[in-house]
Design a protein around this ligand. Structure first.
Ligand SMILES: *[C@@H]1O[C@H](CO)[C@@H](O)[C@H](O)[C@H]1NC(C)=O
Ligand SMILES: *[C@@H]1O[C@H](CO)[C@@H](O)[C@H](O)[C@H]1NC(C)=O
Length: 445
């Protein structure tokens, strides 16, 4: 886009931003509190949108180069100095997010350091940074209106920034959606925390949340009812779909090191004008509709959507939507796609997709070698959508159908600014520790 076109596009977004319809929002009574909340979240989303997304993609690529070089330097140094592989220092973190914290034996003493590690479009998500620590000691979820102190639901509905950790390993079966309020970190490190066999995690009209180190599986659709969504508000909710993580009208969100499988609806859904989001280091398995970014072909408010999907492992038993995109700008970087049954990356309504340095291993089925999938548009329309593949690795016959003008070759882009990605041959290494980690206090993770 030329600079002038971009400005016009932005003005268009600001002026015609569509009011959130409450129908699909899970909200039964759209009261003044929620209206104000939605409006504020929308303003923050507009501020979080970057007119020049290539700055962010290039910056992340630069960080990957630096992290891998640093890791290689360290290995060389260890070899030269004759250190054998030390089992107490297992840290092989090679991606820039992990290298920022995982190699430190003192990670548990300074958990909030994690907030400085996020990269990509979600780079401003600091979660509960600066707030007190809240220790979850109780896995029950009985009272949805006045949650019991010590429960996860009590923690996520407190006022102000909070860094939420877990006293021990636990299985949390949520009775209804967990509505997370702004400025929270849910940090599962050091425990095996499973959110399963109940409802999932929802972020609606909020800003600045980190969700890290959880195992989320078998999330079920639930009937709804009266649920507390924040310190000051309880509202009547309609049925929830059964998404593992649902991000709705929210911005500055970081989802990192989550293992997810077998939910009733999507594993991660990002909809209704959400933006400034990073989904990294996740391990996803056994699921049909993996990630949906934008739910409607008529909701142009999703043009502000900017999402980074990096260092994830899309593994066993996945069928489609890794991700499925509408309207916005999506950076799909250094992920490892080892299984899909139908397709990997899809979309409609002209999304911009920059696929860089991924490894795509196609299934044996001759009819499913194609990575991409486009819906609801004839070729003369979708051939203008910008879907670029750059330094991806294609195996077992995998094919990526590109379209539109290559994103990396736009004329008005400052060439000095463009950073090439690390190639797809490194994706396996960069995603080796995807999913929830088994961190032990006092040791590198
Ligand atoms: C790796 O080592 C080389 C050669 O010693 C040095 O020039 C470079 O700056 C190092 N890179 C990093 C990221 O530490
Ligand atoms: C983003 O890119 C533009 C155009 O290349 C450049 O002028 C600007 O300084 C960049 N901003 C940042 C924060 O890097």
């Amino acid at each position: 886009m030329a600079e002038s076109t971009r400005k016009v596009a932005l003005i268009f977004l600001v002026t015609f931003a569509i009011v959130i319809p409450c129908l699909e929002a899970g909200i039964a009574v759209y009261d003044d509190f929620l209206k104000a909340q939605a409006e504020m979240a929308h303003e923050i989303a507009l501020e979080s949108f970057v007119p020049n997304p290539m700055n962010i993609t290039s910056e992340l690529n630069l960080h990957v180069h630096l992290a891998m070089e640093e890791a290689a330097n360290m290995t060389r140094r260890n070899l030269r100095e004759g250190h054998a592989h030390n089992p107490n220092e297992p840290c092989e973190a090679s991606n820039p997010i992990d290298r920022c914290w995982r190699c430190r034996a003192d990670w548990a003493e300074n958990r909030q350091r994690l907030a400085k590690c996020v990269k990509g479009f979600g780079r401003r998500a600091v979660g509960g940074l600066g707030g007190p620590t809240y220790v979850v000691t109780d896995e029950t979820d009985e009272d949805l209106v006045e949650p019991k102190p010590g429960t996860l639901r009590h923690a996520v509905t407190r006022n102000g920034p909070l860094w939420i950790i877990f006293a021990r390993s636990m299985i949390i079966k949520l009775k209804q959606e967990l509505l997370v309020s702004s400025d929270k970190t849910i940090d599962g490190r050091g425990a095996n925390v499973q959110i399963r066999d109940g409802a999932g995690i929802t972020m609606q009209f909020v800003n600045n949340v980190i969700v890290h180190g959880l195992r989320i599986k078998k999330v079920k659709a639930m009937e709804g009812g009266m649920i507390r969504d924040s310190y000051n508000h309880v509202g009547q909710r309609t049925r929830s779909d059964g998404d593992g993580v649902s991000i709705f009208g929210s911005s500055n969100i970081w989802v990192d090191h989550i293992s997810m499988s077998e939910c009733d609806d999507g594993l991660v859904d990002v909809i209704q004008g959400s933006t400034a989001i990073t989904i990294s280091n996740c391990h996803m398995t056994k699921h049909n509709d993996v990630m949906l970014f934008g739910a409607s072909d008529s909701y142009t408010g999703d043009k502000i959507m900017q999402i980074t999907v990096a260092f994830n492992h899309f593994g066993q038993g996945l069928i489609q939507r890794m991700p499925r995109c509408r309207w916005g700008f999506f950076h799909v970087l250094n992920n490892d796609y080892t299984h899909w049954l139908m397709y990997a990356i899809g979309g409609s309504s002209g999304p911009t997709i920059l696929s860089q340095g991924n490894r795509f291993i196609a299934p044996n089925n001759e009819a499913a070698k194609e990575i991409t999938h486009r819906d609801y548009a004839p070729k003369e329309t979708w051939s203008k959508w910008q879907w670029t593949s750059d330094n991806d690795l294609f195996m077992n016959g995998a094919k990526f159908t590109t379209s539109g003008q290559p994103i990396t070759k736009l004329e008005n882009i400052n060439k000095g600014l463009i950073m090439k990605p690390r190639p797809g041959s490194h994706a396996n290494r960069l995603t080796k520790y995807a999913g929830a980690l088994g961190c032990v206090v006092g040791k590198p993770c």
